[in-house]
Design a protein around this ligand. Structure first.
Ligand SMILES: Nc1nc2c(ncn2[C@@H]2O[C@H](COP(=O)(O)OP(=O)(O)OP(=O)(O)O)[C@@H](O)[C@H]2O)c(=O)[nH]1
Ligand SMILES: [Mg+2]
Length: 380
């Protein structure tokens, strides 16, 4: 995998309740990033993810989907997890190896409760996460009510970063609360910068106040600035937010519609700025910088494919791995898995998400250092 950023690829993991739109969001993210020309649809069976017969027949994800893309000059792996509670283990294993989780929620206060165990897992493990309130194209409920319901199940403060602009009961755009810029959504294309409508001004200043108060709760110097009526410039607010998100102290909330590609560029930009480098996840897994340059990797998921046989999807934390390397005493084939496609890799390095072929002893959750298994699965 070629790099121009000079930094390792990062990994975002899409999680959330069943049917909230994660696989559709993956499609929209790939489209927005320029990796695919037009977004496919889960309903028509043309999405990159959910390619197995079972997924197609049941119209749901039955395994995580893995994808790779660049956004601007960054490399990313994106893992789209199944939402059904029977497969929560898959989400947990993927989240442990994530640099950032994207929790995809429905704009329905009644469904917020289903996210309680997920928020608890993220906070117990200090995994940075953003919340993406999807399906805003059909949102009847007020964002305020959805936020209140979600906050009731999240121990961390949720910080709304955008307020919707509505026209004739439809959401047609948003105002970014840090930059205070207004945008109008376009179907399948980046939003246009527009004048802030007067109808949203009051809601905007109230939501901005709430955002600043949440940040000031974590930062005495910001609190005293606000008490003196000094509001820091956007750059300073962005960097405070980034620091708080990376430490899992706050959860930014973004709005959008995966099906219409709305709010997806904004999501990518949040990921680009706020996602920590892989060292943080490595540390969480006990895979941080061991002495020497030896390979450290962990297994996120185990797949069995008709042609390739057993595939151990693994994130590399240190060192490099070549096709044919000895892992757990066996010769590992090295691949990249992107949707239903498997392609051969000659080598991979720290940050990469790869598929190791036919390493029979490996299990999901294993940590491998210097070619040997050193730890059993961390997730129960
Ligand atoms: N109106 C609307 N529908 C959406 C949106 N995103 C997804 N959907 C629809 O919601 C349904 C579920 O979408 P998926 O992308 O499969 O949801 P998922 O979260 O991946 O589902 P699981 O993986 O099974 O948990 C499909 O019918 C999508 O077309 C959206 O932004 N707006
Ligand atoms: Mg899905």
């Amino acid at each position: 995998m070629t790099e121009t950023r000079g930094a390792p690829p990062r990994c975002a993991v899409l999680v959330g309740a069943y049917g909230s739109g994660k696989t559709t969001l993956l499609e929209a993210m790939l489209h927005t990033a320029g990796a695919i020309q037009r977004p496919g649809s889960v309903d028509r069976g043309t999405a990159l993810g959910d390619t197995s017969r079972e997924a197609r027949e049941r119209h749901m994800s039955v395994e995580p989907n893995f994808a790779h893309t660049r956004f601007l000059d960054d490399s990313w792996a994106v893992i789209d997890c199944p939402g059904t509670v029977e497969l929560a283990y898959d989400s947990r294993c993927a989240l442990m190896a994530a640099d950032m989780a994207v929790v995809v929620a429905e704009p329905d206060p009644a469904k917020a409760i289903t996210l309680a165990p997920l928020f608890k897992f993220l906070d117990d493990n200090a995994i940075p996460h953003v919340l993406f309130i999807n399906k805003m194209d059909k949102a009847g409920a007020s964002v305020r009510e959805v936020m209140a319901a979600l906050q009731a199940v999240s121990a961390r403060p949720l910080v709304l970063r955008q307020v919707p602009i509505r026209e004739n009961e439809r959401v047609t755009g948003y105002v970014d609360l840090v930059s205070e810029r207004a945008y109008r959504y376009r179907e399948g294309a980046p939003s246009d910068l527009v004048q802030m409508p007067e109808t949203v001004a009051e809601r905007e200043s109230e939501a901005r106040e709430a955002m600043l108060e949440s940040l000031a709760d974590l930062d005495d110097s910001l609190l005293s600035q606000l008490l003196d009526d000094v509001v820091p410039p956007p750059d300073e607010l962005y960097s405070r937010l980034t620091e708080d998100v990376q430490r899992d102290l706050v959860v930014p909330v973004l709005l959008g519609s995966a099906a219409s590609d709305n709010g997806v560029t904004r999501l990518w930009k949040a990921l680009r700025h706020e996602t920590p480098e892989p060292e943080a996840a490595a540390e969480r897994l006990g895979a941080a910088a061991a002495a020497g340059e030896s390979l450290i990797t962990s297994v996120v998921k185990t797949l069995h494919q008709p042609q390739a046989g057993k595939l151990s999807i693994a994130r590399i934390w240190q060192g490099a791995v070549k096709d044919g390397a000895q892992i757990a005493g066996q010769r590992a084939g090295l691949y990249r898995i992107h949707g239903g496609e498997l392609s051969k890799l000659s080598s991979a390095a720290a940050g990469d998400l790869v598929a190791l072929g036919r390493v029979e002893p490996l299990q999901t959750g294993d940590l491998i250092a210097g070619g040997q298994r050193v730890a059993e699965p961390a997730v129960a």
